[in-house]
Design a protein around this ligand. Structure first.
Ligand code: NAD
Length: 262
């Protein structure tokens, strides 16, 4: 509706990655078209005309604050992360935890109104037990063991983003969006899955083959990010007990209507 605040300027952290690049393309479809900038460590690919690209490693506070001073976004969509499945706990902690802490700290100082973090549904799941009909009331799980180091770093980052939600008038409002595995145009996961299957690398099966696993359509993730940003913009500056205020400081699991058999 016309009362929904428009996103006038947005910064996509990790905007050269699968989800970030698609977020950039969807932002440019909004009316009126917002000013869009990107921070990434690989800005040589997935470039879109009209977008400002900054070579920024989020583990470096100085790089963040000097580029943020130029980009001056109203909204930040933080989608950067090392890929899942690496056995490098220090890298995950450095990028996902310290990098996110750096971003939140610099963004608060530069009057960013809304900060939307792409977390993961794995932050509420132990990766072993069955879980059906889970909802947003599930607590974050911290699993610092060697197999779930990616989810551990995402859970710590998710918590610090929610904790950064400001309760003072005019302060930065934050939300975490928690998708399951992402599929859709340009996604890297499905591509890798199909390639590995074509190479004959899937030779084992876990369980009876009827296990279910949730996947999230990338356009649903982006839609959720935009709805979250609009709600935070609407709530920003007004300390009202409005529905939009309920989005601030909260995490949301994003899924599709039906489970997809995996
Ligand atoms: P991706 O690997 O395609 O993109 C991530 C981007 O982040 C890359 O362009 C990379 O260069 C950038 N990046 C990495 N380290 C950086 C750093 N130190 N500084 C700046 N930029 C850096 O990942 P994706 O699949 O698009 O995932 C996007 C987000 O969604 C991530 O936060 C991921 O944890 C989350 N997520 C992904 C999935 C999935 O299935 N792909 C599922 C749930 C959550």
């Amino acid at each position: 509706s016309s009362s929904v605040p428009k996103i006038k300027s947005a910064l996509v952290i990790g905007g050269c990655g699968s989800l970030g690049h698609y977020t950039v393309k969807q932002l440019l479809k909004l009316e009126p078209v917002p000013r869009v900038s990107v921070f990434d460590i690989q800005t040589g690919h997935n470039r879109v005309v009209g977008v400002e690209y900054y070579d920024v490693d989020i583990t470096d506070k100085n790089q963040i604050s000097s580029a943020l001073n130029k980009a001056r976004p109203e909204v930040i969509f933080h989608t950067a992360s090392p890929p899942a499945g690496l056995s490098d706990l220090p890298l995950y902690m450095r990028v996902n935890v310290e990098g996110t802490r750096n971003l939140v700290g610099c963004a608060r100082k530069l009057d960013v109104k809304a900060f939307v973090y792409t977390s993961s549904a794995s932050v509420v799941h132990d990766s072993v037990s069955d879980m059906t009909e889970g909802d947003d009331s599930l607590p974050l799980l911290y699993l610092p063991d060697q197999t779930e180091i990616y989810s551990h770093s995402k859970a710590v980052a998710d918590q610090l983003v929610l904790d950064a939600n400001s309760t003072t008038p005019g302060g930065m409002l934050t939300t975490c969006i928690r998708p399951s595995m992402i599929f859709g145009e340009g996604d890297a996961t499905t591509k890798a899955l199909v390639e590995r299957a074509a190479e004959g690398k899937y030779k084992w099966q876990i369980g009876n083959g009827k296990n279910l696993c949730d996947w999230t359509f990338n356009e649903n993730v982006i839609h959720a990010q935009f709805l979250a940003a609009e709600a935070l913009l609407n709530a920003h500056g007004q300390m009202l007990a409005s529905e939009d205020m309920l989005v601030a400081g909260q995490g949301f699991i994003i899924t599709n209507d039906e489970h997809i058999s995996f």
